[in-house]
Design a protein around this ligand. Structure first.
Ligand SMILES: O=P(O)(O)OC[C@H]1O[C@H](OP(=O)(O)OP(=O)(O)O)[C@H](O)[C@@H]1O
Ligand SMILES: O=C(O)c1cc(=O)[nH]c(=O)[nH]1
Length: 181
C-alpha cells in the first residue's frame, strides 16, 4: 500500500467501523459493520475514495453503475471527477413512471463498471450484474470501496466478475492495529 492508501485506510476505519451485533444483508450476523454512509457524508473523505476508485477502473469503462443506495454517491463522485456518465441501479425496477431498474442513459451494449460501497458475500452485486446483463450491458468488473469478503477468494467468480477494491478488510484491520485500537 502507498502512504496515501495507508492514511485512507486509517481514516475510513476510524470513521466507519462500528462494533456490536449487526445482521447483514446476507443474513449473516457480524460483530463489526462498516457504515459507509459515515464516509460518504464527509465530502473530503468521499472525494479521497472517489480518487482512489477512479484509478482502479478498467480503461475501457464507458458508464459507471452505482448500486442503490450506498454505491450511488460514490458513482456520482467518480462521475464528476472523470466526466464519465453514471447509472443509478435500483435493487428493484420502479413500479411506475419509467419503470426502470437503472436510471440514467441508455446502456445497451455499453461497458458498465459497477460501483459498490461494501462487498460481503457479493449477493447484491451478483443480482445487479445479472439484471444489467439481461438488459444488454457488458459487465465485467466491480470496483468497491470496502471488500470484506473472505481474503483470497473472489465471491463473484461464479458470474465471471472481477472485484477491485479501494480497501480490503485486511487493510482496515492493519490500519486499526497500527492505530493501537
Ligand atoms: O455483498 P453482500 O453480502 O450482498 O452485502 C453487501 C451489500 O449489503 C449492503 O447493502 P444494503 O442493502 O444494506 O445497502 P444500502 O444501504 O446500500 O441500500 C451493502 O451496501 C452492499 O450492497
Ligand atoms: O453485508 C452487509 O450488509 C454490510 C456490511 C457492512 O460492513 N456494511 C454494510 O453497509 N453492509
Amino acid at each position: 500500500m502507498t502512504s496515501t492508501d495507508t492514511e485512507l485506510a486509517a481514516d475510513i476505519d476510524a470513521t466507519c467501523r462500528l462494533t456490536g451485533e449487526f445482521t447483514l444483508r446476507s443474513g449473516q450476523v457480524s460483530s463489526e459493520y462498516f457504515d459507509k454512509y459515515l464516509f460518504e457524508a464527509d465530502p473530503l473523505l468521499l472525494a479521497r475514495v472517489a480518487r482512489e476508485m477512479s484509478q482502479l477502473l478498467p480503461a475501457d469503462t464507458e458508464v459507471l453503475g452505482g448500486l442503490e443506495m450506498g454505491g450511488i454517491p460514490i458513482a456520482t463522485a467518480v462521475s464528476q471527477l472523470l466526466g464519465m456518465p453514471a447509472l443509478f441501479v435500483r435493487k428493484k425496477a420502479k413500479e411506475y413512471g419509467t419503470a426502470k431498474l437503472a436510471e440514467g442513459p441508455d446502456f445497451a451494449g455499453k461497458r458498465v463498471t459497477l460501483i459498490e460501497d461494501v462487498i460481503t458475500t457479493g449477493g447484491a452485486v451478483r443480482d445487479a450484474t445479472n439484471a444489467l446483463r439481461a438488459a444488454g450491458a457488458v459487465v465485467e468488473t466491480v470496483v468497491c470501496a470496502i471488500d470484506r469478503s473472505p481474503a483470497g477468494e473472489n465471491p463473484l467468480a461464479d458470474v465471471g466478475l472481477e472485484v477491485r477494491a479501494v480497501l480490503t478488510k485486511a487493510e482496515l484491520d492493519a490500519a486499526r492495529a497500527a492505530a493501537g485500537a
